[in-house]
Design a binder for this molecule. Sequence first.
Ligand SMILES: C[S@@+](CC[C@H](N)C(=O)[O-])C[C@H]1O[C@@H](n2cnc3c(N)ncnc32)[C@H](O)[C@@H]1O
Length: 382
Amino acid sequence: MTPAARLSAAIGILDRILAGSPAEQTLTNWGRASRFAGSGDRNAVRDLVFDALRCRRSFAALGGGETGRGLILGGLRSAGQDPESFFSGEGHAPAPLTSADAGQTPEGYAAHDLPDWLGPRMEQDLGTDFRAIAEALRHRAPVFLRVNTARCALSDAQAALAAEGIETVPHPLSPTALQVTGGARKVAGSAAYADGIVELQDAASQAVVDALPLADGQRVLEYCAGGGGKTLAMAARARLKLFAHDADPRRMRDLPARAKRAGARVTLTEAPQGPFDLVLADAPCSGSGSWRRAPEGKWLLTPDRLAGVIAVQEQILDRIATLVAPGGVLAYATCSLLRAENEAQIAAFQARSPGWSLASQRRLTPLDGGDGFFVAVLRRDQ
Ligand SMILES: C[S@@+](CC[C@H](N)C(=O)[O-])C[C@H]1O[C@@H](n2cnc3c(N)ncnc32)[C@H](O)[C@@H]1O
C-alpha cells in the first residue's frame, strides 16, 4: 500500500470507530477484508488509528472535523507534514482538500485531548504535573516485559531476547521490568515468551506487585484477576498458595495456560473462602492511567460511568475486607489517576471500617515511565 492508501484505510476505520465500533474489532475486521495489506501496512494503519484516538480532540480541530478524514488530516498537520501531497485523489489516496477541510488551533482542554468535564478534575488532582501527564497520554506507551525471575535472571532474559532480535534495557520502576527498545513486534512470537521467561506487562503494573509484602507459604487471593497479569507476577515473587477470582470468570480463561507456561500454580475460584494472608483487588476503574494503550476509554468515560465504577470499588473493598485474616493484608490497586478512585477511596474505606492501618500508598503516573497506577497496602489489626 502507498502511504496515501494507508491514510485512506485509516480514515475508513476511524469513521467506523466514531460510529461506535470497538477499535480492536474494527481493525481486525479491516485486516481480514484486506488480504492485499502486508504486515507493514497493518502496523502502519494501526498506528495511525491509535495515534488519532489518543489525540482525537486536537486532531479534529486541526483537521476541520471529528471524522476519520478530519482526524487523519489533523494528525498530518500536527506532525508538520503537508497534507496536499497525500490528499491527491489519485489511486487509493484520499480526495483532494477543499475549503471544508480548513482547521483551527485547538484550545482549552481540546489542546490537552481531554473531555471538558474531566479536564478540570484531572487538573485539580494532578496539580503541577497535570500538563505533562496530559501530554504523555497523547503519545504511545513504551512496551515493557516482566522477567519471570523465578525462572531466569534479568540479564539472561535480556541475552535470550537479544538473540531473537529484541533489544531491551532494565527499567527503574521495577527490578523485574525490561523496556523494549527494539524489535517489540517480535515479542509475541519469540521463544522467550513461549517458554514463560517473559510476559508482556507494564512496568507500573509490576511495581504494584513489588509493593506487596509477599512471603513463602502465604495463602493469597487476587480478587479481580482478569487475565492474571498480577497473579502471575505474585507467583514469581514467592511460593504462595495462590487463588484467582473474577466476577466474570471468562476473563480468566487464559490464566491456566499462562500459569503453566510460567511454571506457576494458581487455583481459580468462583467463591473465595477466607481467611487469606493477603488479598489484592486490582479493581475495575476509569482506566485513566492506561489511556496511552486504550485511548478509546478517554472518550467513553462519562460522569455517570465514573460514579458507577467508584461505587463498585467501594463494594469490592468492603467484600475483600471480610476475606483477610487478622494481621493480614488488604491491597487495593487501580490504573487510575483520579483521587476519587484512589486516595479518597481508601480514606473513605478507613473511615467506615475501623481496625485497618495504612502501611503504604503510592501513585505512579506516566511521568514515571509506565502506566498511571495506584496501590494502597492496609494491614488488619490482630
Ligand atoms: C483491572 S481488571 C484486572 C486486571 C488483572 N488484575 C491483571 O493484572 O491482568 C479488573 C477486573 O475486575 C473484574 N471485576 C469487576 N467487578 C468485579 C467485582 N465486583 N468483583 C470481582 N471482580 C470484578 C473485571 O471483570 C476485570 O477483569
